[in-house]
Design a binder for this molecule. Structure first.
Ligand SMILES: *[C@@H]1O[C@H](CO)[C@@H](O)[C@H](O)[C@H]1NC(C)=O
Ligand SMILES: *[C@@H]1O[C@H](CO)[C@@H](O)[C@H](O)[C@H]1NC(C)=O
Ligand SMILES: *[C@@H]1O[C@H](CO)[C@@H](O)[C@H](O)[C@H]1NC(C)=O
Ligand SMILES: *[C@@H]1O[C@H](CO)[C@@H](O)[C@H](O)[C@H]1NC(C)=O
Ligand SMILES: *[C@@H]1O[C@H](CO)[C@@H](O)[C@H](O)[C@H]1NC(C)=O
Length: 209
């Protein structure tokens, strides 16, 4: 009896895995789109929507979007490219959207691997737990980054490592706080700025239930 059922069970198991394999979305340009990420209602998981725009993966936030630089499905993480500075200012282009605002109803959050440079801040930040001292890493960043030169005219900058609940869904930028930021994944602060990685913000997704 068992022997007669076995081929059927095997067949069903194979059909099952074939189905989940086809449920992965096609590559976006040359970038694989691992499950559960979804670029289309026909594939992936619909709580994990990203966008494929002309062969480039894009992460949509509440009112804005950011290019996806890399995706690592083995640790459920992806890295997005932060907004740049508006030319000759110390204001990031996403300030109009209050910086990076993730929808907290969705299964993505900011990991604790990011070092944020907050630039052009008001003195309200001096009462925050962030490092806004004269030895803060943000001063080295400004000094060592050509297009951040306008930020040298703004007196207060701060740096911090993400991971707290206040930054789990946003990197906030606003006039009453800081008007610009940058972010680095797994930054070794002992390295000179010339050896820092490209800016990036690492996000994590929860495994679908
Ligand atoms: C956040 O995501 C939920 C679930 O998909 C959606 O219903 C809601 O409209 C989104 N909110 C915003 C502000 O985009
Ligand atoms: C700093 O931010 C304020 C408020 O957004 C802006 O008006 C000012 O021009 C910025 N400073 C520089 C040097 O860009
Ligand atoms: C997003 O846009 C809507 C409509 O313009 C606005 O009401 C809302 O405050 C914006 N949210 C953020 C976080 O910028
Ligand atoms: C600023 O940068 C210059 C050259 O890039 C470097 O020689 C100098 O030590 C830096 N100063 C600070 C305070 O980091
Ligand atoms: C982010 O979500 C993961 C689950 O996917 C959770 O373990 C982690 O604590 C969350 N991090 C923050 C800062 O909320």
């Amino acid at each position: 009896m068992f022997h007669r059922l076995l081929p059927i069970v095997t067949l069903l198991l194979c059909a099952g895995s074939a189905w989940s394999a086809t449920n992965q979305c096609p590559d976006c340009g040359t970038t694989p789109v691992p499950y559960p990420l979804s670029t289309d209602p026909a594939c992936g998981h619909q709580s994990y929507k990203i966008r494929c725009d002309a062969g480039a993966p894009i992460f949509d936030t509440v009112n804005n979007s950011y290019p996806i630089i890399s995706i690592d499905p083995s640790i459920q993480r992806l890295v997005i490219k932060p907004a740049g500075l508006l030319s000759n200012t110390c204001v990031t282009s996403d300030m109009v959207h209050q910086g990076i605002q993730l929808n907290s109803s969705l299964p993505f959050n900011v990991t604790s691997s990011n070092t944020i440079m907050y630039l052009n801040c008001t003195d309200a930040l001096l009462r925050s737990p962030l490092d806004c001292s004269s030895t803060s890493l943000c001063h080295a960043f400004i000094n060592g980054t050509q297009n951040a030169a306008p930020c040298g005219k703004a007196p207060i900058c701060c740096s911090f490592r993400t991971g707290g609940s206040t930054t789990s869904h946003m990197i906030r930028v606003r006039e009453s706080g800081c008007s610009a930021y940058s972010s680095f994944v797994n930054l070794d602060p002992s390295l000179p700025v010339s050896r820092w990685p490209e800016p990036g913000l690492e996000l994590q997704w929860a495994v679908p239930t």
